[in-house]
Design a protein around this ligand. Structure first.
Ligand code: GDP
Length: 453
């Protein structure tokens, strides 16, 4: 994508001025074609935008930045015109008709900045948080992240794991038996790193949940009672309850308070494989919602045995805090938790949206799952430096892998321990976006950006 020059309006239309950004090697030729003023690195000049037929579109100021000293690391231009829709539209048409640039997608400029090494992934995400910051506290957290404070902490955690990994690898490679492996010391080091990762995660989780609310996704096959449960939990009639499967094609979001915690419920379309195109869109969206959820409520219809489609829904959200909710307990019951209170290995909560049975226990269970009581975590609020759910998750994966590594070392399974430790390193590296995070992850990060950033 970097060989293309892209453009986008970086300001909302309707203000006094509108700023059109252009990035890529055609930025200069484009300005030369359309702009009458002077073009020089880091200079703002006044001139006119004239289309290819010689018609003046607007008087404007244009700034030019030469690679690599620009936001994206590429040649860049920023044209400030008057902020009306008519001007912005004509300018976009004029740019596009040169054939030198194409419309940018969401976050394309910051994505380029990341791909060109101007910032790491965590810093790029801080840019997004900064743009979206509605509260002073969010702005402060984003500013810290943008300054690289998070990156520094993660980089030092990464180094710590790497060192321990190297010690482990050394002992594994050594056939002479001279490099005696001090299992206890190494296991202690992995445990310490795991605790560090977990503390960062918990602090981040706590602060983000208290600040923005916990995202709870309600998933399940059509008709299991998702909308009804949502309504019962928030005691309103916002989600339309119907008996026709698959009508909730979009997601419905609701804010509520659960045991004193701010919670945002996401009611998703029934996740299941389908050939229906419209429904498929809803389903993909649902998977994504569950992806960004702090807690997933997996609903199973209490009146019928669990089916393959129920299990399929669940398999789409692996690696998430998940609770099973048995619905419709006021009717003839076909599903019961096992002796440990579990269904499919998940804590189970029998409920009825009609009588309200089980809702209090579900609320308590949700709060407990979202914020397990932890004596250390109080101090992490409110100035935790980890705020982004992607980072929180990666830290959780790192912590789990490191705890596993420590256990495996003690039990003499050094190969497996090494494997776990490497995956912890990968998780840390993914936060920074170093060591090729993969296109999918980068896409996921930048798809949440707004246009023109
Ligand atoms: P969704 O498709 O998963 O959102 O399911 P709905 O919430 O639309 O519910 C499907 C059907 O089950 C509707 O006819 C509801 O009235 C019914 N239903 C949902 N929850 C309960 C419950 O707790 N008890 C009873 N008796 N019926 C329920």
């Amino acid at each position: 994508m970097l060989d293309k020059t892209v453009f986008a309006l970086s300001t909302p239309v309707g203000g006094a001025i509108a700023i059109m950004r252009i990035s890529g090697e055609n930025a200069r030729p484009l300005l030369e074609r359309l702009f009458t003023g002077r073009i020089a690195h880091r200079r703002v000049s006044y001139g006119r935008i004239v289309d290819e037929n010689g018609e003046i579109i607007d008087a404007c100021c244009a700034a030019f930045f030469e690679a690599p000293d620009s936001y994206t690391g590429e040649d860049m231009a920023e044209i400030s015109v008057h902020g009306s829709l008519a001007v912005a539209r004509r300018l976009a048409e004029a740019i596009e008709s040169t054939g030198l640039a194409e419309k940018a997608g969401p976050g394309d400029f910051t994505r380029r900045a990341y791909l060109n090494g101007k910032m790491d992934l965590a810093e790029a995400e801080a840019v997004m948080d900064m743009v979206a910051a509605s509260a002073e506290r969010s702005r402060r957290a984003a500013a810290m992240q943008l300054e690289g404070r998070l990156s520094a902490v993660i980089a030092s955690l990464y180094e710590r794991i790497k060192l321990a990994c190297a010690r482990l690898a050394n002992a594994m490679d050594d056939d002479t038996g001279e490099a005696e492996l001090d299992e206890a010391a190494l296991a202690a080091e992995f445990t310490a790193a795991a605790n560090e990762a977990e503390e960062l995660k918990e602090g981040g989780l706590r602060s983000r949940i208290l600040r923005e609310g916990a995202r709870v996704a309600i998933i399940g096959s059509p008709n299991v009672g998702k909308s009804s449960l949502l309504n019962a939990l928030i005691m309103r009639e916002r989600a339309i309850v119907t008996a026709i499967p698959g009508t909730t094609r979009d997601t419905v979001e609701e804010q509520a308070e659960i045991e004193g915690l701010p919670v945002i419920f996401v009611d998703t379309a029934g996740i299941r494989e389908t050939d229906d195109e419209v429904e498929k869109l809803g389903i993909e969206r649902a998977r994504r919602e569950a992806d960004y959820a702090d807690l997933v409520l997996w609903l199973v219809d209490g009146t019928r045995a669990i089916r393959k489609e129920d299990i399929d829904v669940l398999s789409g959200v692996r690696g998430k805090k998940t609770a099973a909710v048995i619905t419709k307990t006021d009717l003839d019951r076909a599903v019961y938790p096992d002796a440990d209170g579990l269904i499919n290995g998940l804590p189970a909560f029998p409920t009825s949206a009609v009588t309200g049975e089980g809702l209090t226990a579900l609320r308590r269970g949700m709060a407990e799952l979202l914020l397990p009581e932890n004596p250390h975590s109080e101090s992490a609020f409110p100035e935790s430096i980890v705020t982004n759910s992607r980072h929180i998750e990666a830290l959780g994966r790192a912590a789990d892998a490191l705890f596993a590594a420590a256990r495996l070392i003690v039990s003499g399974e050094t190969d497996a321990a090494y494997f776990e430790a490497r995956s912890a390193m990968d998780a840390a590296a993914q936060i920074l976006g170093t060591e090729d995070p993969g296109e999918e992850l980068v896409d996921a990060v930048f798809s949440h950006f707004c246009m023109g950033k």
